[in-house]
Design a protein around this ligand. Structure first.
Ligand code: ADE
Ligand code: ZN
Length: 326
């Protein structure tokens, strides 16, 4: 089998996907029309042309604008359904999906509207394809810890519908420790914990995400290589990084795929997984990420199998479920 076939066909888990980042331009326009929301782009083509990012913030501005068309439970269902369909086609057997409630509650959309629509799509995927899904609620780090606490309060009546807490949005200037107390409470409540760290921000944010927030995985984390001791620690403690190759190129973390440090991280013994981050904005779903990475860095079949195993090993699923895939 050639490597592309292996990558496409192997069962995998996706652990880093923002559901709002799966909203394709065509669906943005369809929902804008359905909900009579005014967009500042005249066409799908014009919107797509705006997807020329210079850094994380330039992307986030457009990503939050795109999410403004989401108003009803059906909108959240349709968005999630479309992602799950693509993921199913890419042989994703388990998906852990981020959602950003503050992006919606700030616009007057109820927390219930958002989580019920997303959750119903996960239930349908389970029934139809035996594909499992779980939700991770993210706090927006450019907002205050007080606002994160308020969001947690809104979310607790729905705690059976999500399994974990994450931290995303503008990284620089918003270190993990800003959210120490709210993460401590989430930990006491028994949620799984993750955080974006070391995407654009310094390696120190990875360390504080681990030592202050007590996260179980690091989202992105690629900048750990700037700190040899930290890289060794990640390898030794088998802390998984959820790496998003196409995202890193589109947001200029690396100039081009051959410049990506993925192979160096593998050589350093760090546990890696491959993910799509915001597939509608960055040029592809999980298999596109695998193919772009493997083509640029000439990785092998053994790497492919290892990355698939890592994705299930690092997933928040029980040991029996993991055994099926490891
Ligand atoms: N929100 C959506 N995608 C993100 C990313 N790559 N980094 C931080 N916040 C995000
Ligand atoms: Zn992300």
């Amino acid at each position: 089998d050639n490597i592309h076939t292996i990558l496409r066909q192997m069962p995998k888990a996706e652990l880093h996907i923002h559901i709002e980042g799966s909203l394709e331009p065509e669906l943005i326009f369809a929902l804008a029309e359905r909900n009579r929301v005014e967009l500042k782009y005249a066409s799908v083509e014009e919107l797509r042309r705006a997807y020329a990012f210079t850094d994380l913030q330039s992307f986030l501005d457009i990503y939050y604008a795109g999410a403004s068309v989401l108003l009803t439970e059906q909108d959240f269902y349709d968005m999630t359904r479309a992602y799950l369909q693509r993921a199913h086609a890419d042989k994703v057997r388990h998906a852990e999906i981020f959602f950003d409630p503050q992006t919606h509650t700030e616009r007057g959309v109820e927390f219930a509207t958002c989580i019920n629509g997303i959750h119903r799509a996960l239930e349908d995927a389970k029934a139809q394809w035996d594909m499992s899904g779980a939700l991770i609620m993210c706090f927006l780090r450019h907002l205050s810890e007080e606002e994160a606490f308020a969001t947690l309060e809104l979310a607790l009546p729905y705690r059976d519908k999500f399994i974990g807490i994450g931290l995303d949005s503008s990284e620089r200037g918003h270190p993990p420790e800003k959210f120490a107390r709210v993460f401590a409470q989430c930990r006491e409540l028994g949620f799984h914990l993750v955080a974006h760290a070391g995407e654009e921000g310094p390696p120190a944010y990875i360390s504080t995400a681990l030592d202050v927030l007590h996260v179980e995985r690091i989202d992105h984390g690629v900048r750990c290589l700037d700190d040899a001791a930290l890289t060794q620690r990640l390898a030794r403690e088998k802390i998984a990084l959820t790496v998003c190759p196409l995202s890193n190129i589109k947001l200029r973390v690396f100039d081009c795929m051959p410049e990506h440090n993925f192979a160096k991280l593998l050589d350093a013994g760090v546990t890696l997984t491959v993910n799509s981050d915001d597939p509608a904005y960055f040029g592809g779903y999980i298999n596109d990420n695998f193919l772009a990475l493997f083509d640029a860095l000439s990785l092998t079949q053994e790497h492919a199998r290892q990355l698939a195993r890592n994705s299930f090993a690092a997933a928040f699923i029980d040991t029996a479920a993991k055994q099926k895939y490891l």
